[in-house]
Ligand binder design. Structure first.
Ligand code: KG4
Ligand code: ZN
Length: 364
């Protein structure tokens, strides 16, 4: 009685582990994510190898950005400002965790929209001073990687395909918090291409899921859309030419079957992503392939990558649906490992970095 939940839990763990002199370390973090158009807050806990999510919430701004057909950074930041603090209060209450139970605050500081990132970083700085807590800065892309990596024992080297509205990346994950970007998009991200083509087809924002639904009834072979950079000899992507090809096809063919266009476009994107990923598997020999980010929700991509991985007899881990889009659980998951590795930010100096890159030197 009278013990905060942490101490009680730690005591139980000591008894369970039957070695009262070596207490099992218990780390509890508040995690904050505001890099784009979702406000995410979570409380995560790590005890030994076990990670638990005590509470998590995501407030989506989709209905706001629907009106403009895309994310306006200042509007995103305003919305984060409005919902972040109440969300922190409610998630902490739901987890039955108070400031005294927290070891640190993990926060996304990039990459993303500068004004949006700023809201999360400022909140983390303020709370860190108020509660006297450390800040663990997290790269948003690490979060996407961990959302898939932790769907089993973390095994290395892993090869991660991150596909979202803002990013298309192939990353070699050599160890915890040790990354090498081996390929990225030279123009539009995969999700961005889905959203832009969806718009050409008159579908509402965000267009990825809607386009994918439309594609189900279409014939993917009806149009010969290009597979950009398929044979470029590197692991980079480019999707803007494909979007232009769709635009010209629509202009040149009146009364065109939109389902066929959607299916042909989707197939071209998926073929490119899967082919480059499997080439990277061949070259780098990872023990596991990870698929994460908003576009990982795409069924066609999941299916084809599953087939390709099975053929090569390599394990594939896909982020669960609730962790595909932006969320704070994944930021907390990285935060726990980074906290253990000693990563800290000077609370009064941490600034958002819109173009933060994923690099080994920055990661530790
Ligand atoms: O990871 P996410 O929520 O936000 C970013 O960090 O960008 O990804 C959102 C992106 C959007 O472009 C959306 O259209 C796309 O993921 N998306 C999909 C599907 N579901 C979401 N794209 C294709 N097929 C889907 N089923
Ligand atoms: Zn994201």
């Amino acid at each position: 009685m009278g013990l905060p939940p942490n101490s009680l839990y730690a005591t139980q763990m000591e008894l369970l582990s039957n070695s009262p002199n070596i207490p099992v370390a218990l780390t509890t973090l508040l995690a904050i994510e505001t890099s784009c158009d979702e406000t995410g807050v979570a409380i995560v806990q790590k005890s030994g190898q076990e990670i638990n999510v005590l509470a998590s919430a995501v407030a989506s701004q989709t209905n706001i950005h629907e009106l403009t057909g895309g994310v306006v950074p200042s509007a995103a930041a305003r919305e984060h400002e409005k919902v972040l603090e109440p969300l922190i209060t409610s998630v902490m209450a739901q987890a039955e965790v108070g400031p005294a139970d927290l070891d640190a605050i993990a926060v996304t500081y990039g990459p993303g929209l500068q004004p949006a990132l700023g809201v999360g970083v400022r909140a983390a700085r303020r709370l860190s001073e108020e509660w006297n807590k450390l800040i663990v800065p997290v790269n948003h892309l690490e979060g996407h990687i961990y959302s898939a990596l932790l769907q089993g024992e973390p095994n290395f080297p892993a090869l991660a395909l991150i596909v979202s509205g803002g990013h298309t990346l192939l990353v070699l994950v050599k160890d915890h918090l040790d990354y090498e970007v081996i390929g990225s998009t030279r123009d539009d991200a995969a999700g961005e291409a889905f959203d832009k083509v969806a718009r050409l087809l008159g579908l509402p924002y965000p267009g990825g899921p809607a386009l994918s639904r439309l594609a189900k009834s279409g014939n993917p072979a009806a149009f010969a859309f290009p597979r950009p950079m398929l044979h470029s000899g590197d692991f980079d992507f480019s999707f803007s030419g494909l979007k232009t090809a769709v635009l010209y096809t629509l202009r040149e063919n009146k009364n065109i079957n939109f389902s066929n266009v959607a299916a042909g476009f989707e197939q071209a994107v998926v073929d490119t992503l899967v082919s480059k990923t499997m080439k990277a598997v061949e070259q780098f020999g990872p023990v596991v392939v990870l698929l994460a980010g908003g576009v990982a929700a795409n069924m066609q991509l999941r299916r084809q990558l599953e087939e390709a991985a099975a053929q090569e007899q390599i394990e594939l881990r896909i982020a669960p649906p609730e962790l595909c889009g932006d969320n704070a659980v994944m930021i907390g998951q990285v935060g726990l490992f980074a906290y253990e590795a000693g990563r800290r930010a000077q609370a009064n100096a941490l600034e958002p970095i819109a173009r933060l890159v994923l690099a080994p030197a920055l990661a530790r």
